[in-house]
Design a binder for this molecule. Structure first.
Ligand SMILES: Cc1cc2nc3c(=O)[nH]c(=O)nc-3n(C[C@H](O)[C@H](O)[C@H](O)COP(=O)(O)O)c2cc1C
Length: 188
């Protein structure tokens, strides 16, 4: 079994990312080998990075960091449900990444991005630079959702079309392959 953690990127009141996160969480649970947990940054409520030492040292002073470290340490891979704010990634996800260092290392990450005409792809490209700085492996296969509100119904449920559904299947398959490939690397 692989521990897959799905992380939201936005925290604002009335955000839409929760519908997309709920959908990809349910979809990921259909994969036999995945133990899936949704990590909602709004619920987690991390302050702006307030640790006195570089995360590489793992000398964490705050309870919220120790807890976040434990959670991320136990993961074999991630999905980030990524919004695009001003052509880039939203600040809460950058903050959550910056808290830690070794805990992310040699773990694959799939992106589920959403936005207007850009489908969150500008944010995706920008966050890949950050992800590789902490030695995560961002997958080429991703789910990109353009004009996402048209897939959210009156019950706030995200209902994908065939193309989006298929791309989720492909990404999850690749994620499993990378999880299997990178696990031995972390054990070395
Ligand atoms: C501060 C801000 C900046 C935004 N910038 C972009 C953008 O650059 N590209 C885009 O496609 N949508 C942009 N949007 C629209 C978002 O795609 C839309 O509001 C989406 O719901 C944001 O995700 P959230 O609801 O989970 O916060 C922006 C929204 C906000 C609040």
């Amino acid at each position: 079994m692989y521990n897959l953690k799905i992380i939201t990127s936005t925290t604002r009141e009335g955000r839409k990312g929760t519908s997309i996160a709920a959908w990809i969480t349910e979809r990921a649970k259909q994969v036999e080998n995945f133990n899936v947990e949704l990590l909602d940054l709004a619920q987690l409520n991390l302050p702006l990075m307030d640790e006195p030492n570089h995360p590489r040292l793992q000398q964490y002073q705050h309870e919220h960091t120790k807890k976040w470290s434990e959670t991320i340490n136990s993961a074999d891979g991630f999905i980030i449900v990524l919004a695009e704010y001003n052509y880039s990634f939203p600040a809460p996800i950058k903050n959550a990444i910056d808290y830690l260092f070794n805990e992310w290392k040699y773990k694959p990450v799939g992106l589920v991005s959403y936005g207007g005409v850009s489908a969150g792809l500008r944010a995706s490209q920008m966050i890949k630079q950050v992800l590789t700085a902490v030695s995560m492996m961002p997958l080429a296969e991703q789910v990109a959702i353009p004009f996402f509100p048209k897939f959210i119904n009156d019950e706030e449920q995200f209902v994908p079309d065939e193309m989006i559904g298929n791309s989720a299947g492909i990404m999850l398959h690749q994620l499993e392959k990378w999880m299997a490939a990178l696990k031995p690397m972390r054990a070395q």
